[in-house]
Design a protein around this ligand. Sequence first.
Ligand code: TXA
Ligand code: MG
Length: 365
Amino acid sequence: MTNYWKLHAPSVDGRAASNQMKSDNEEMIAAAASLLRHGQTVAFPTETVYGLGADATNSAAVNLIFTAKGRPSDNPLIVHIAEPSQLEGLVSTAAVTPMVQRLMDTFWPGPLTIVLPAVAERLSPLVTAGLSTVGIRIPDHPVALQLLRAAKCPVAAPSANSSGKPSPTLASHVREDLDGRIGGLLDGGQTGVGLESTVIECKNGDIYILRPGGVTGEQLEEALPQARIHAPQHEMISQADRPRSPGIKYTHYAPQGRMQLIEGNSHEQIALWIQQDLNAAKARGETTGILTFDEYEPLYQADLVISCGKLAYPQSIAHGLYAALRRFDEASISYILAETCPEEGIGHAIMNRLRKAAGNQLVRI
Ligand code: TXA
Ligand code: MG
């Protein structure tokens, strides 16, 4: 059975939570921390997505994360801490160069995971999946921070979804995927950013973005103007040479239906192409879906038209994307066309997730 704790919101109707509510929350978080200390798994909200935590020093506990999620054992976990002082004994102190220090000072607590050389003895080898490095971050969420402080151990936590599904931005998503498979779930409402943290590694004064996320390349550049920043590489498979069935290694966050991204210079043409292609799909018996933005939602007709946010406000797209992707499965949509957004700021992370959700299937018109 999964213990479920519904936390009081920090403010109700604009009024601050009462002392009673605060102490209720503290009690629930203390109970969750106790589960963590006793080798159980607990899902908890962060500012990015819900994480599924376990004591990072306890292999039996960490193993429960992999089995609950069905996660391949060669994919390392991010370690969450509450204070920079907890780095001691987890990573080699020599690796905390002035540049790394500057990144920590600027972005922690926050959605930046820094990959550093691990001190082997301390962490479960399952956390690092055999690598000599470990990804670490301090999340910027009051519940996560309170839990980490109360647990008094570094907490390994991947996103709290079944492997391959979109990350959870609501406790109900965690329940859908993992109810009965985890020790506990702290329900702290909807997460903020909506996409995962940016994962980076620093090498010889350069920053390598391994996964784009909540901290943008532009923000990294602003914090460290001297550093060279390397964006992750991606390869799109165009309509002409795309394999019919996307390789399993590409799919992630993917709805069960077939999904394609549609890109072009004129939105008028994109909208026309999408509607015609969907009509044809409908005629051959598919249930059809469109993933679009508030500005364009009224243009379309399909079995399910979903806007994930406002194009004019990309943060809202990041915030709503994963919940939107989940809705296609709830409605058993078999054929989905999705619009794309400009790759600027958080748009890099949004497009990275959209490409994965679509198994890299892109149509340029
Ligand atoms: O926002 C987030 O990062 C969320 C919340 C819960 O903190 N966590 C999260 O974890 O997204 P997960 O496991 O779903 O994604 C972690 C990513 C994976 O792509 C993993 O391969 C990469 O970080 N990663 C972890 N440790 C690494 C390491 N030592 N070297 C390279 N990549 C690493
Ligand atoms: Mg994940």
